[in-house]
Design a protein around this ligand. Structure first.
Ligand SMILES: [Zn+2]
Length: 353
């Protein structure tokens, strides 16, 4: 059960001032990202205008046509993961498969984040280290945003549920880091995380790196106070993934207080149908646009702010993260939030003079 926070407040609204100065709720907010999130974060593409693909335009945008032309399979208007599985079934060691993989890695590895704060910077800076952002995306832009903010504020844990071009690991010493770098223990180059699996072999427990990522996610979902699913369409090819998430979200029994939020350009009815197993007692939110959603309107206090209407039954003041600021001004704006969090970790002695 959640402790009774802010219960000494008699007013009908918990203010921004109180939320900023009193970070309380230690339960995680778990955010799941799909291709739609990267598309919304980079509507004009990366720093060089390279587009972010979704599964349906994947072949076109990544430029796989000329390779696939050599295969005898029909690839127009098809979901890429189904296509990949068909190629794999035909011959798991074919040159076409190797070329496809190489091209995908080259495309995503070449993507570069824009200089100014992006939606991904805003997302990461609006969460805390108790929170988790788990992405299904292969593009490295979330990781790059995470790296550039790492020393500025406590950031959420980042998980790559389908591997990522920027991430490698050493199995022997349980280290992970920038792909291409060395394990600090044995000085061997990190093993790149695997990106592509045929659907029939998509067992998350088989791969060392992916298995670890899923374990952290399952644990966070067990304890989460809120889940936000952003731009993730749960394709047929991910049926195992969605089952795993559902099991973990429901592990602690009936969830009556916790909130599910969906950020998706799709119609609400479709979303409700698709994610009905994640919604309890009608506690859900749906937004088309990230900047209207809960997290950026209650940065670094998303769970505290959700607690106010769902448990206290009161109103809560919004304090949206400013989208127009550059990094320096943004960190100045965030500093009262971050300072209050640091006090929580290192409280001053009571009798200090
Ligand atoms: Zn090592």
């Amino acid at each position: 059960m959640v402790r009774p926070y802010y219960s000494d407040d008699d007013s009908s609204m918990i203010t921004k001032k109180r939320l900023v100065s009193e970070p309380l709720l230690p339960k995680p907010h778990v955010v799941i990202l799909g291709a739609g999130a990267s598309k919304q974060a980079f509507p004009r593409g990366d720093a060089n205008g390279r587009k972010l693909p979704v599964m349906d335009d994947f072949v076109d945008i990544v430029g796989l046509q000329s390779i696939l032309d050599k295969s005898a399979i029909k690839f127009e208007n098809r979901n890429f993961e189904e296509l990949y599985s068909e190629l794999y079934e035909k011959n798991p060691k074919s040159q076409i498969l190797k070329d496809v993989e190489k091209k995908i890695i080259m495309y995503f590895d070449s993507l570069k984040i824009t200089d100014e704060p992006t939606l991904y910077d805003h997302l990461l800076l609006s969460l805390r280290s108790k929170d988790v952002v788990a992405t299904f995306n292969w593009d490295p832009l979330l990781f790059d945003a995470w790296v550039r903010n790492l020393n500025k504020a406590q950031l959420p844990v980042l998980l790559h549920l389908h591997g990522n071009v920027r991430i490698g690991y050493c199995k022997n010493h349980n280290f992970m880091g920038d792909n291409g770098r060395y394990c600090p223990e044995c000085y061997e180059t990190f093993t790149p995380s695997q990106l592509l699996y045929p659907i029939t072999k998509k067992n998350y427990k088989d791969d060392y790196f992916i298995k670890g990522e899923w374990e952290v996610l399952e644990n966070a979902l067990n304890n989460a106070f809120a889940i936000t699913i952003f731009g993730y369409g749960a394709p047929k090819t991910d049926i195992n993934a969605v089952e795993l998430m559902e099991k973990a979200w429901k592990a602690k029994g009936k969830r009556e207080l916790e909130t599910s939020e969906f950020i998706d350009v799709k119609e609400e009815e479709l979303i409700l149908q698709q994610w009905k197993h994640f919604i309890h007692s009608q506690h859900y939110l749906h937004f088309n646009d990230f900047y209207q959603s809960w997290i950026p309107n209650h940065p670094r206090r998303s769970c505290e702010a959700l607690y106010v209407p769902t448990i206290l039954g009161k109103f809560v003041e919004e304090f949206p993260i400013p989208r127009e600021l550059g990094f320096d001004e943004l960190f100045t704006w965030l500093s009262p939030l971050i300072e209050a969090e640091e006090k929580l970790i290192n409280p001053k002695p009571q009798n200090a003079t």
